[in-house]
Write a new protein. Structure first.
Length: 357
């Protein structure tokens, strides 16, 4: 199923003409404002709101008024929600977004100053969970999912066994995969507007955490709780691999391919081998799962995100090898030859079907 279905997929034939007229009208209305004017309008909204908010924030937090910062932050966030509901032009949209972000910062900073880092993390989780449902904006919902997910992981690392953080990370992955696999069902329901920003927010949270854990592990432990017992990296990799294998199985079913046939066995074997070879770099199999879903849903942004993080984690895997430079070079050359051979085998064994036009 395509990530962006055509008119023939979602509407009956008699409604195609009226739908095309509506789309053409919408396109003309959008194109009436040049893109550079929209950018300058949005920039002006951000600049105006942030100057005002910075002045107020310095006056409130500089005087040590934590309660004032909390109240002002909630007021600004509430005003931003009302403004966003009131209009959809570029200026109001960007003004509401920038004001809302400033209000969230004031609220979280005030709670943190009045309590501690645990209180700030909890406040972040709560306010982002509320905004996810009440703020009708794609960017804000993405940021709410991302900031809320990171804050939840941070809170768990501070208050719960460290193993629970990795379990939650796998849970985020499961939720993101299920939302994409069942996207057609969710987008016909009440919460259709949440699917896309939540998916991207969860995947960004997952990749950010894995980058921190793989590339800056000592800093990762220093920021959270030094000496805490973590889940072995291999176990985390296997958990992410199970999620990716399940998604591959569902994709094969949706594309009318037999999971137990040659194509399914080849796909499962390749994914399992990738996971086993990168046990100490869980980001590789996680990014491979994003790549799989990006291809399945034909989403360019997901594909780009997956490629960037596969390269990032691949470099980390290469430098983590306990080998000499010559051995690393040979391993890199050998893995490239294996992948080229696998591609040649797949193309010969499973030739692409001719596209029906």
């Amino acid at each position: 199923m395509a990530f962006k279905p055509s008119l023939r997929d979602v509407l009956p034939t008699p409604m195609h003409a009226s739908a095309r007229v509506a789309l053409a009208t919408s396109t003309e209305a959008t194109a009436s404002v040049p893109w550079f004017v929209r950018i300058l309008t949005g920039f002006g909204a951000w600049l105006a709101s942030w100057f005002l908010i910075a002045f107020v924030a310095i006056g409130v937090l500089g005087a040590g008024e934590e309660v004032g910062a909390i109240v002002l932050g909630l007021i600004l966030t509430g005003v931003a929600v009302l403004v966003r509901h009131a209009g959809g032009n570029v200026f109001l949209t960007q003004l509401a977004l920038s004001t809302g972000l400033a209000g969230q910062g004031l609220f979280i900073g005030g709670v943190g100053a009045a309590t501690d880092e645990k209180g700030a993390a909890l406040a972040t989780v709560v306010i982002q969970a509320v905004l996810l449902f009440v703020y009708p904006d794609l960017i804000q919902r993405f940021l709410s999912t991302y900031f809320g997910g990171l804050a939840l992981l941070f809170l768990l690392r501070l208050t719960a066994p460290a193993v629970l953080t990795d379990v939650t990370l796998v849970g985020f992955t499961v939720l993101a995969h299920l939302l994409l696999l069942k996207q057609a069902q969710f987008q016909n329901g009440r919460w259709s507007a949440l699917v896309t920003p939540v998916v991207f927010g969860l995947f960004t949270t997952l990749m950010s955490s894995l980058v921190m854990r793989s590339w800056f592990h000592e800093l990762y432990r220093e920021i959270f709780r030094k000496g805490a017992t973590e889940m072995p990296t291999a176990v985390l990799t296997l958990g992410l691999a199970v999620v990716t294998l399940y998604s591959a199985w569902r994709v094969l079913e949706e594309t009318d391919s037999e999971p137990g046939g040659p194509a399914g066995v080849t796909a499962f074997a390749s994914l399992a081998l990738t996971a086993l070879l990168t046990l100490h770099t869980p980001g590789v199999i996680a990014a491979t799962g994003v790549l799989l879903l990006g291809f399945h849903r034909r989403n360019v942004v997901l594909l780009g995100m997956a490629v960037v993080f596969i390269l990032t984690f691949g470099v980390g895997y290469y430098y983590d090898l306990q080998l000499s430079l010559l051995a690393r070079s040979l391993a890199l050359l050998g893995s490239g030859l294996v992948l080229l051979g696998l591609r040649f085998f797949i193309l010969r064994r499973f030739p692409a079907a001719e596209e029906v036009r």
